[in-house]
Design a protein. Sequence first.
Length: 617
Amino acid sequence: MSSRIIGIDLGTTNSLVAYVDEATGLPRVIPDADGRPLLPSVVAFTPDGIVVGEPARRQLARRPADTVYSVKRLMGRGFEDVKDEARYLPFRILAGEGLVRLAVGGREVTPPEVSAVVLKALKERAERHFGESVEKAVVTVPAYFNDAQRQATKDAGRIAGLDVVRIVNEPTAASLAYGLHRLSEGVVAVYDLGGGTFDVSILRVKDGVFEVLATNGDTHLGGDDFDRVLALWLLEDIAARHHTELDRDCVDLARDPEAMQELRLAAEAAKIRLSSEERTTLTLPFAGFTYRREMTRADLERLVEPLVRRTLGPCRRALADAGLSAADIDEVVLVGGSTRVPLVRRRVQELFGKTPHSQLNPDEVVALGAAVQAHILAGGITNMLLLDVTPLSLGIESLGGIVNVLIPRNTTIPTSAREMFTTSADGQTLVDLHVLQGERELAKDCRSLGRFELRIDPMPAGMPKIEVTFLIDANGILQVQAKEQRSDKAASIEVKPTYGLNEAEVGRMIEDSFTYAEADVETRMLIEARNEADTVLVHAGRALKQGAHLVDVAERAAIETAVAALRAARSGDDRDRIHEATTAVNRATEHLAEVLMDAALKGALGSRRATEILGER
Ligand code: AMP
């Protein structure tokens, strides 16, 4: 068995795997066979099997109900926690008690199972790279993840066949990657704005020791929200400009999941282009018309400004918790794809009064840090120590529903705390212990992590001495034990998170993942071929609809024959035949595509002719 430990950034939008290169001592991201470092955290449940990464992302628009993205937002959470955002997700989230369940591809899955598919793909990527099996990983999570969310991440690892030897906060990992390059002394602010979450951490770096002084953030804020406001704005604009066509065809785009998904993807692409360009053109073909619009960076900034501002409050709160002011910060590190947005950089720079550090790739910095942590654990680096903090206070409910805090937030972990409790009634034999996480005074306002009962001998009220011990390990995962000291009988119990998976469930999921893995390997290529065929069929259909009158009868007949052949091939299981038929359709429609492009260009150059042609058909 290999002793190798890989570092994994399990992201909301994209995930990466990295390791430390023994030759150079530097962390490196492992790319896929095509040289792509990022694996989109998207999993599609198709009738033929499970597809992950780029092929799954490509079919988002076509199979919105069976394609899961942003699942990190659902990890370790219950239906009540996510029902607001569930409205924006095109796949079905089932109402019910306990851990959230999704209904996709004709079956029920939990978020850890979906994440496990992503982890497994990264594990296999690493195994191909090293030519040996890999069983251990360090996985990163947002600093704000609570106990249940961390547990869910560990469960995902187990389902994927990975022992998650350490869970590290993402900003901590980022600073670790950064520290490896510059072992200076000072205070670092790590600002991490990804696809779905925002974190900020204040860390002190001294003599190779990283100490997290404070963390803060918002688990519901990220680039996905930028895309959403932009997509809604586009939707209004389309409705205003094309209401005639929409009314004529009785189309309500807002109620069409496929159209909304296309819109979201187009919005994201435009947002990304506007990070490096001042203006961009959006072109979206719909059934009866083509929407085209010029957008400037200023337009985008106006829309996302309130979202960017929402990140500044947590930054100020983290500074206050660390007992520091902005002037005390020596370095600012940017993490996450959304920090490429120029407005984000400007606002961060204004707040901290420093030019943010951008030497490391913001997409890769967390994975690189995870690899460094993995290297430390494997014994490769000995002059570095990692100290993390617990982001929320932990306590026990006592009489009257009051929270008794045992471990206050921002306590350096691993840590433990002990406190004595007693009973309020004579002859009480059952003591109910309710473990809570949060900053509020009353139990009802805090998050319930779990309940357990302790059986004791009957005694007068106030006599039993019940010692409750909280133990947080280096992963930030909590164990609670209770012991009655006066009687000989003692009991100690481990708390399970309210939204955790039980052993039997994890066992079943591991089995399932093996069953489906076999199907995956065999069918992935076939599914990809079918996906490509579907895309080509949609494009060919659209081109014929828009421009059939622009080509002669023979050409049209050739296209129709090729399309019919591809449809026939697609319904079978012969991958080569599908590939050949796809290529044939591409070849047959080449000329028509050029003619349409010419027509569209003429339209764009002033005459409205192309738009009229496209619109009328
Ligand atoms: P992460 O969760 O760190 O992978 O970040 C993903 C988010 O970053 C997504 O919302 C992307 O749309 C966004 N993103 C990636 N590249 C860029 C870019 N160049 N400009 C703006 N946003 C980007």
